[in-house]
Design a protein around this ligand. Structure first.
Ligand SMILES: Nc1ncnc2c1ncn2[C@@H]1O[C@H](COP(=O)(O)OP(=O)(O)OP(=O)(O)O)[C@@H](O)[C@H]1O
Ligand SMILES: [Mg+2]
Length: 287
């Protein structure tokens, strides 16, 4: 039995579709067996806002994004997308699990990009971008092809439409994955460590595409270890620790005025790892 089914509804059914926030999360809780992985997350993402989510491994970052995209169910709280409750319907003040069709309808404007690009190996780049347009959006083939080509151009890959994923670099594959998500005309894009599976010299080309999206006004939530990207692009940075948002604020506040001990420790580890490069190899401490 699903524990949430008998849970009273906490939020009013006010339709905020035309105002912000685009995503609103209240007291989100999620457990895997005995382990509570999300322990009361509250957050808001406004239209055109770029939110970067940082935090230690296992703190719940991916689980949070997956809950926002309805790739995971949640046990408690509200996830609202453009004012609409995701995953559940409210009837007479009680919650019932929404049908798959209803879930798909509420999340139709949420795009997601994963660490491991997840492209179909047997389809070309163009085929990968077209696939959901034809199968889910039921676009005529020619229209899907036109839109897919336009999306590949957006990510700088119009010349690679006929290439299969195995013939593309990791950075190119990830850009195809971004084009595939953009083709569905999302209102928000969720990125889960989009560059962490890439060789260092390929990270920049993917971040460049993401920066352009941000400049074009795309609403984005990005789980990342690229602190430079977060500092430069984010309107808001959230530090997740043990299933809760422990700190959030403007990049400057989070990166430079970090008073919270766990955040300081997390950032210190990051800076220590990168200090070698800042100082240069001649300055390296002996083992
Ligand atoms: N499907 C699952 N079943 C059981 N436990 C899970 C599942 N998915 C995640 N977890 C556990 O939930 C916790 C949070 O995982 P999550 O993947 O959200 O962390 P994360 O912050 O994204 O970590 P990382 O930085 O390593 O990607 C971890 O302890 C993980 O082992
Ligand atoms: Mg993760």
């Amino acid at each position: 039995m699903n524990a949430i089914a008998d849970m009273p509804s906490s939020a009013s059914a006010v339709d905020t579709r035309h105002g912000s926030p685009l995503i609103e999360v209240r007291d989100l809780r999620k457990r895997f067996g005995e382990v509570e992985v999300l322990r009361g997350v509250d957050l808001e993402i406004a239209r055109s806002e770029v939110v970067c989510i940082i935090g230690p491994s296992g703190s719940g970052k991916s689980t949070l994004l997956r809950c926002l995209a309805a790739l995971e169910t949640y046990d408690h709280g509200d996830v609202r997308i453009e004012g609409e409750l995701l995953g559940y319907s409210e009837r007479n003040g009680k919650r019932v699990r929404a049908s798959q069709g209803e879930i798909n309808r509420v999340r139709r404007n949420v795009g997601m990009v994963f660490q491991q690009f997840n492209l179909w190996p047997h389809m070309t780049a163009l085929g990968n971008v077209m696939e959901a347009l034809v199968r889910v959006r039921r676009l005529p083939h020619a229209d899907a092809r036109r839109r897919a080509n336009a999306m590949l151009e957006t990510v700088g890959l119009s010349h690679k439409g006929d290439a299969y994923p195995a013939k593309l670099s990791g950075g190119q594959q990830q850009r195809v994955a971004i084009a595939r998500a953009l083709a569905m005309e999302p209102h928000i894009m969720l990125f889960d460590e989009p560059t962490s599976a890439l060789d260092p010299e390929l990270v920049g080309e993917v971040l460049q595409v993401m920066k352009q999206l941000a400049r074009d006004g795309m609403t984005m939530a990005v789980v990342t270890h690229e602190m430079g990207f977060a500092a430069q692009v984010a309107d808001k940075v959230m530090f997740i620790d043990q299933g809760r948002i422990a700190v959030q604020g403007k990049p400057r506040e989070v990166f430079h005025d970090a008073g919270q001990p766990r955040l300081r420790q997390f950032l210190q580890n990051y800076f220590d790892r990168n200090a070698f490069w800042a100082r240069g190899p001649d300055d390296a401490e002996p083992l």
